[in-house]
Design a protein around this ligand. Structure first.
Ligand code: NCD
Length: 314
């Protein structure tokens, strides 16, 4: 059984986890896949626990996924979303977090526009904190569900596999968490997109044995890939980094481009998708290659594993 080192109360990033910790979480998540899908009797591991979703930025899948995961573990959930919380009256995130904690809540799932805010909250409260996406920084549970999905296709040892993460890497917390998780597990990562959205400096951020290489030519890397992760063009985060009119012709995963992938390569996307922009519908819905809805299902299992880890239910 791999060793555990960091504070298990929180999950704030994948950068701060060791490869062994990531592998253990994936192993637990894998054991939860049947329960996540509701095919076995719900677990009572977190009976009596209360989990608050503090979402100060829009979300469909992440918030509902945490709610489903908590429900499958018999915990209760409470939703505080942007405009209905007192943060819109000017209360600070920390005060809101402390207020919710004072009611006896056991765990805060936090999504914010500000990078680093969940870590700051974690320093100020006694209860557990999970980062559900902080600005362009990290989205660790998304990174874990991406890894679990790749493992399900290629086996648990991902050493030497190759993936491309394509598009708006600069603004993507999904990409940052994926880069940390993948390279820690020995996967080689190509970051592909226009120069303004894929800075060369990203080659330095790997924290594991896998390599990170920036490339501006998607067609050149396609034949070498085991997986391709398309990113949403994040219009709401692009201050002066807007995409140009040739974005689609150069970086979209079109039907023609998908034909250049090896036969067993998989297609991933964290959602929500801009269909017809970064990815063609035919590719997103290709039953042989696309694992996009499998990623969503795996999100529940991964969040069950993370909730259990943080609340000491394992
Ligand atoms: C992502 C997010 O919000 O960071 N979505 C998600 O959680 N699945 C990606 C995105 O918004 O593009």
């Amino acid at each position: 059984m791999p060793a555990i080192s960091t504070d298990r109360r929180h999950l704030l990033s994948l950068e701060s986890l060791s490869a062994d910790e990531i592998l253990l979480l994936l192993e637990v998540a894998s054991s939860f896949t049947e329960a996540a899908a509701g095919r076995v009797t719900p677990s009572t591991k977190l009976d009596g626990k209360i989990i608050a979703n503090l979402f100060f930025e829009d979300s469909t899948r992440t918030r509902s996924s945490f709610t489903v995961a908590a429900t499958r573990l018999s915990a209760q959930t409470l939703d505080l979303v942007g405009s209905t919380s007192s943060v819109s009256k000017g209360e600070s995130l920390i005060d809101t977090a402390r207020t919710i904690e004072a009611m006896g809540v056991d765990l805060l799932v936090v999504r914010t526009r500000e990078a680093g805010a969940p870590a700051q909250i974690a320093r100020e409260v006694e209860c557990s904190v999970i980062n559900a996406g902080d600005g362009s920084h990290e989205h660790p549970t998304q990174g874990l569900l991406d890894l679990l999905t790749i493992q399900q296709r290629f086996g648990n040892d991902l050493t030497g596999k190759t993936i491309a993460i394509v598009g708006d890497v600069l603004n993507s917390r999904v990409a940052r968490s994926a880069i940390h998780g993948l390279t820690k597990l020995g996967v080689n990562v190509h970051l592909v997109g226009p120069t303004n959205l894929v800075p060369k400096t990203f080659e330095q951020i790997a924290t594991g044995p896998g390599s990170v290489e920036v490339s501006y030519d998607l067609d050149a890397v396609l034949p070498s890939l085991d997986a391709i992760m398309m990113l949403r063009v994040q219009f709401e985060r692009q201050r002066g980094n807007a995409i140009t009119s040739d974005y689609r012709s150069q970086y979209a995963l079109t039907v023609d481009r998908a034909r250049k992938l090896p036969p067993d390569a998989i297609v991933m996307h964290p959602g929500p998708m801009n269909r017809g922009l970064e990815i063609d519908s035919e590719v997103a819905d290709d039953p042989d290659r696309s694992v996009i809805f499998q990623q969503v299902s795996n999100g529940v299992a991964v969040r069950m594993a993370v909730l259990t880890r943080c609340l000491g239910g394992s």
